[in-house]
Write a protein that binds this ligand. Structure first.
Ligand code: PA5
Length: 461
């Protein structure tokens, strides 16, 4: 595959499935919906409608983000406080584009700060992070679009107090960056009160679609990731989607259409299985993007995170012989960066391993991916093989834009709003109620009634 190719999709084996097979003609028949969906996304994005702004991110000016990242890059450690869309994109970028075991590398090898994510409300994790950092040379980035999420607020209260007590307020404030909405939430007045550094999250971009905004790019840039290449890959992907004349030339329409049609035929699970450890976090990011965006109105397709080749030794038995309720996407990287040639061993005991001698580890990994796709196909399970030529910032940017587009398009096909998350808000509001936040008394009452129902039947051993 040429370096210039953004990605390729092999989908000949996606039309299997016996009586519930999807026919190619069904995919083609969706063409008018794809065209309408594309126009819908672009029109709303150009009008600045809430939720649609991710489509414009690759072309937005990010100079303020890059400037602030230069200061962050001089720190020994960065702690980011955020959750969901304010965390998963960062972890995905770092996992894909930084060397493995980043924090374990020497300062010279890293050439950038160590990075810690405080997302869950877990006292042990937060304490451990605090123990591992030197507050003097650390920066804390707190990210929250709404500026009020309880997990982020509580984790930030912890780090803020520790910083303040250790360094004093003026020095603590110097080390904090707030990324939040222009107007909403508690973090904005905190910036006014303390005068700490701040970046504004674009109003029209939702949390899970925000990785290519200051949310994802600030720490990525500070850690040395080529964010310009990320953005230009995303822009190139969008241009390629616009240019594609028909469904036959448009892998985004094909994958959105296959996901939709298989979902309609009771394949409600969408398995994404990359064959690269560096893409494990990509699956986590995809799972939020897909689940939160299209799980609406009693419909949805459940994202399933898998990892090749590990899940060949865990899930493939189920995938090939269990219920036919899934569409599979096997994701590979054609060109590994630092391959290993498998050495020949002199021991007689290893003679039977000679088929491996001199072979490339990367080649083995990619053959495993082909083998899995073939095994699924043999079992009559619909499978598509998606590939990028190399795992660099440019191609990852393209892949991010590709999946965001598919998600938006899937929402259009299903006639649900992919850019809201009432279910998430409901959970947040119940938590506020239970924690005694004023204005959420009804939620507190409601959740207590529901809990009583849950506890109505209890059994203990
Ligand atoms: O995608 C979303 O909107 C959510 O998952 C949010 O990212 C998540 O709930 C965190 O919200 P916030 O950034 O407002 O703290």
């Amino acid at each position: 595959m040429s370096e210039k190719t953004l990605l390729s999709l092999a989908y000949g084996a996606a039309f299997t499935g016996g009586e519930r097979a999807v026919a190619f003609s069904e995919l083609e028949n969706l063409t008018p919906q794809f065209k309408n969906g594309d126009a819908w996304l672009r029109k709303n994005a150009s009008e600045g409608k809430e939720g649609f702004g991710w489509l414009n991110l690759p072309k937005r000016n990010m100079d303020d983000v890059q400037t602030l990242s230069r200061w962050l890059a001089t720190r020994e450690s960065i702690v980011q406080v955020g959750i969901g869309g304010s965390a998963l994109g960062n972890l995905m970028l770092h996992g894909a584009l930084l060397p493995p075991y980043w924090n374990e590398l020497s300062k010279t090898k890293r050439g950038g700060p160590r990075f810690f994510m405080s997302d869950n409300v877990d006292p042990a994790d937060n304490r451990a992070i605090w123990e591992l950092i030197d507050p003097e040379s650390t920066a804390v980035i707190v990210v929250s679009k709404s500026g009020s999420t309880a997990e982020t607020a509580s984790n930030f209260l912890f780090f803020w107090e520790k910083l303040r007590d250790t360094l004093g307020e003026p020095a603590a404030r110097e080390r904090v960056v707030v990324v939040t909405d222009k107007e909403k939430g508690i973090l904005r007045p905190f910036v006014d009160e303390t005068g700490c550094k701040r970046l504004i999250l674009p109003e029209d971009v939702g949390g899970r679609f925000s990785v290519l905004s200051c949310v994802g790019l600030l720490s990525a840039w500070a850690l040395g990731i080529d964010c310009k290449a990320l953005l230009s890959g995303a822009a190139a992907m969008d241009e390629a989607i616009v240019k594609a004349g028909s469904i036959l030339e448009n892998p985004a329409w094909i994958l959105a259409g296959l996901s939709y049609l298989h979902m309609k035929k009771n394949r409600n699970l969408n398995v994404l299985m990359p064959y690269a450890d560096a893409l494990e976090r990509f699956c986590e990011w995809f799972a939020q993007l897909w689940g939160e965006s299209i799980g609406k109105d009693g419909q949805g397709s459940t994202p399933v995170r898998a990892l090749g080749a590990i899940d060949q030794h865990s899930q493939i038995q189920l995938y090939t012989s269990g219920p036919d309720d899934k569409l599979y996407t096997i994701l590979t990287v054609a060109q590994g960066q630092k391959d290993i040639a498998l050495p020949a061993a002199p021991e007689k005991a290893f003679e039977k391993l000679s088929y491996l001698y001199g072979k490339s580890m990367d080649e083995l990994r990619n053959f495993e991916a082909f083998a899995t796709a073939a095994a699924l196909s043999k079992a009559g399970r619909p499978v598509a093989a998606l590939s990028i030529s190399s795992l660099d910032a440019y191609h990852l940017g393209g892949l991010i834009q590709f999946y965001e587009y598919i998600t938006g398009m899937m929402g259009h096909l299903m006639q649900v709003n992919p850019f809201d998350q009432p279910g998430v808000e409901q959970g947040k509001n119940y938590t506020y109620g239970l924690m005694g936040r004023s204005g959420f008394e009804n939620e507190a009452q409601e959740v207590r009634t529901l809990s009583a129902k849950i506890n109505e039947r209890t059994v203990t051993l």
